[in-house]
Design a protein around this ligand. Structure first.
Ligand SMILES: [Fe+2]
Length: 468
């Protein structure tokens, strides 16, 4: 399918050349020379992406961005700037999401880089084209390459799954900045070859970050197949659930909530709920955490798991609500600033000033989500996810019935997950500590704590049943 791109730039020479270049890559390019014309074309057509020049006139770039936020918040916008000074002026590193842009470039524009990113933005399903291709070359030679570590993402070798054809280039790390390309996209997958690397002590595979949005989609696909397969072990299902969360979380925090991103988040929620229903031993889901530094990514993953477990043991939560509540648990910290999106914050270690700043994130998250077409349920949960039943929470210090009820579910799931990660203990031990701590219990709705305990008991009994 041809993808439509709008190039909005006052210089017809520039947009003409860029359009010619993108047309060779099968994009259908439209051009606009003013902000007004840009808005008109946005109204008339459905675009996959807009390349917007900051110096467009007759409706400024900011006015056009506001128009896009109002009319099509999922549309991806790449902003073109004249100089690094403009980047500073707009404080783009901090205002990225607020302005509603997906990426920005300063002139002179490197067409290759721009096109590559546009492709990455929109081709999250490109792995399917590889899968459907004739490909299948085998015995392709390995190749040593020098690439910066920051361009890679890691995947545990035991968690990697491939069909007959390899959909992404796969590397192993030789040393910092040096990698060996061991499988090429489109090549036949050779299980034996991978086993050889395992035998040599390789524990991690490396993939290019630019493939992450495709990998997110690919792993959701694999995850769904696993949920429906009787032959997949609980442990494998759990490690795929964790990996799928890793891709979605990282993509969400890096690129924001574009449409394909939200679609994938919803699919992941469904797969997670079905995985929780299927596995007998919940311990599989929290393996591998105890030696790691607690990360916000792991917290998002565990919060979603326990939100689902609680929902499955509360009479008043139906299927659709469970989906929304789990998605809200994944989005709960979307209001944190970019520098706080990696490590899980231990609030007891913050100074009063840092704490006051940190405690703004539920309200900021609520505001971020106003830009998107999402259920109001989700926004309310994000706003109230740190309120405690006894009124000691934030940002509004409300208590009891004043707290939005589903937010009380996410609060318990998130607090429990936080304690598991901060204390680096297994879930059963932390559950015991949690329910015996008066201060913790007073902050929670008792019915929700009961649902969490019931969830663990039911799984324990079903696990016993399996062993008999
Ligand atoms: Fe939070």
């Amino acid at each position: 399918m041809t993808r439509k791109i709008l190039i909005a730039d006052p210089d017809p020479n520039f947009s003409g050349k860029l359009s010619e270049y993108l047309q060779t890559m099968r994009y259908d390019c439209y051009k606009a020379q003013s902000g007004k014309d840009t808005q008109l074309k946005l109204f008339q057509h459905e675009f996959h992406c807009v390349i917007l020049s900051f110096n467009i006139k007759n409706h400024s770039a900011i006015e056009v961005l506001n128009y896009i936020k109002l009319t099509n918040p999922f549309l991806r916008v790449s902003l073109l700037l004249n100089s690094p000074e403009e980047v500073k002026l707009l404080d783009l590193d901090n205002n990225f999401k607020k302005l509603g842009i997906a990426s920005y470039y300063t002139r002179p524009i490197e067409y290759d880089q721009l096109a590559k990113n546009i492709a990455g933005d929109n081709l999250h399903r490109a792995w399917m084209e590889v899968k459907a291709s004739e490909g299948g070359k085998s015995n392709v030679k390995e190749e040593e390459v020098a690439i910066d570590d920051s361009e890679f993402i890691e995947v545990p070798i035991n968690a990697y799954f491939s069909g007959n054809l390899v959909c992404f280039d796969i590397y192993v790390q030789l040393s910092s900045g040096r990698y060996l390309l061991i499988f090429r996209k489109g090549e036949s997958f050779d299980d034996q070859r991978l086993a050889t690397y395992k035998g040599k002590g390789v524990t991690q595979l490396y993939f290019k970050k630019e493939d992450r949005n495709q990998m997110m989609d690919y792993y959701n696909h694999i995850h769904q197949k696993m949920v429906n397969s009787e032959t997949i072990s609980d442990h494998t299902l759990a490690s795929t659930t964790k990996l799928s969360h890793q891709f979605v979380f990282d993509e969400m925090m890096t690129s924001g909530l574009y449409k394909e991103m939200l679609d994938n988040s919803k699919k992941l929620v469904t797969n997670t709920i079905n995985s929780i229903k299927r596995v007998r031993d919940l311990g599989n889901f929290v393996d591998n955490f105890f030696n790691d530094n607690p990360s916000l990514r792991d917290h998002s993953y565990l919060s979603c798991l326990y939100t689902s477990l609680i929902c499955q043991n509360l009479d008043w939560v139906g299927q659709k609500s469970e989906q929304d509540f789990c998605l809200a648990s994944m989005l709960q910290n979307i209001g944190l600033s970019a520098d706080k999106q990696n490590a899980l914050v231990d609030e007891t270690k913050l100074s009063p000033e840092e704490l006051a700043e940190y405690q703004k994130h539920p309200m900021q998250g609520y505001k971020v989500l106003l830009k998107y077409t999402l259920s109001e349920n989700i926004r309310q949960i994000v706003l109230h996810h740190h309120e405690k039943s006894d009124g000691r929470g934030y940002p509004q210090n409300i208590s009891g019935a004043k707290i939005y009820p589903p937010a009380k579910i996410v609060y318990v799931a998130a607090r429990f997950s936080e304690l598991i990660l901060l204390r680096k203990k297994n879930a059963i031990t932390v559950l015991g500590e949690f329910i015996n701590d008066r201060d913790e219990v007073l902050g929670c709705d008792p019915a929700i704590i009961r649902a969490l305990i019931t969830g663990f008991i039911k799984k324990k009994e079903s696990n016993k049943g399996k062993k008999k």
